[in-house]
Design a protein around this ligand. Structure first.
Ligand code: F6R
Length: 278
């Protein structure tokens, strides 16, 4: 397996340049999704080893699949103890039970939870069948606070810039809430609902304010389908119209892109941020 090194790090004049442009400091470009999976899985293992009772914020979706697969491989090989960690997932579809094969709960079992010795009582997802969804959302927020908040939040990003299921226009001060999914999001996610299954119209999502309260954030975007929104993110001011622009205000965030997702960023920028395969 190839390891990665940050090629831009050794040049002091670049460090100076970056220090005056925090947006650039956040971006890291890797050759491909496998290189990102390598990097993120190593980060997770290091963080869990240092703080076994870490609170993780977890995402689902296609972007996370290679990351969880690589993490599971390495964690098994190292016999990493994950039994003390707590996790909160970002979101769940309304109307799908935890046992439904298309629920995010089933996704987490399939890609992560069933493979390692987690303590199931510490793995939290919103309940898509909650009787009172608003009350459940508040309780989910409260539970996160009681557990001390999120230490490390993993994020993917929607092609419309959503994080969690916070669609464009969601207030930055929102807490966990029920959201009507946009047509674009439902269309993008229909690839996970083969056959006649219909993507649910609504979901429960962690809010923007809870995401921003995470002490550290890693956002991953891979594939050419994310290139346009990444270019918009780069060029844009912080705006609720592109939810993940708010990350420009977070003190400890890294945005990890593969070359395809970075392909519409300015060329000189791409070169300077490339993480070389060693
Ligand atoms: C999933 C989530 C979403 C996804 C985003 C990207 O829990 O919160 O924000 O991260 O929709 O999805 P993929 O990775 O399938 O492109």
């Amino acid at each position: 397996m190839r390891s990665t090194v940050l090629r831009s790090a050794p040049f002091p004049q670049r460090a100076f340049f970056f220090a005056h442009n925090p947006t650039l400091l956040m971006l890291h470009i890797f050759p491909d999704a496998a290189a990102i999976a390598e990097h993120v899985s190593t980060t997770l293992i290091e963080k869990i080893s240092i703080k076994p009772e870490i609170v993780l914020g977890l995402a689902t979706g296609g972007t996370m699949e290679p990351i969880y697969a690589r993490f599971v491989e390495k964690a098994l090989r190292r016999r990493l103890d994950v039994s003390a960690l707590t996790s909160f997932n970002l979101d769940e579809y309304v109307g799908l039970s935890a046992g439904h094969p298309k629920s995010y709960c089933a996704y987490m079992r399939q890609h992560l939870f069933q493979h390692l010795d987690f303590d199931a009582s510490r793995l939290y997802l919103p309940d898509g069948l909650a009787h009172d969804l608003d009350r459940h959302s508040q309780e989910y927020s409260t539970k996160m606070q009681q557990c001390g908040g999120i230490d490390l939040q993993l994020l993917g990003v929607g092609a419309n810039g959503h994080i969690g299921f916070n669609e464009p226009g969601t207030p930055f001060d929102s807490c966990c809430h029920v959201v009507q999914l946009s047509d674009r999001t439902r269309m993008d996610n229909s690839r996970f609902f083969e056959g006649n299954a219909i993507v649910p119209a609504s979901a429960i999502t962690m809010g923007m304010s809870e995401i921003m309260r995470a002490r550290e954030i890693l956002l991953v975007a891979t594939g050419e389908g994310k290139a346009e929104i990444m270019a918009e993110w780069y060029a844009s001011e912080v705006t609720e119209a592109i939810p993940f622009t708010v990350l420009k205000r977070h003190a400890r965030v890294k945005i990890l892109l593969d070359e395809a997702a970075a392909s519409l960023l300015p060329g000189s920028l791409r070169e300077s941020l490339m993480v070389a395969a060693a």
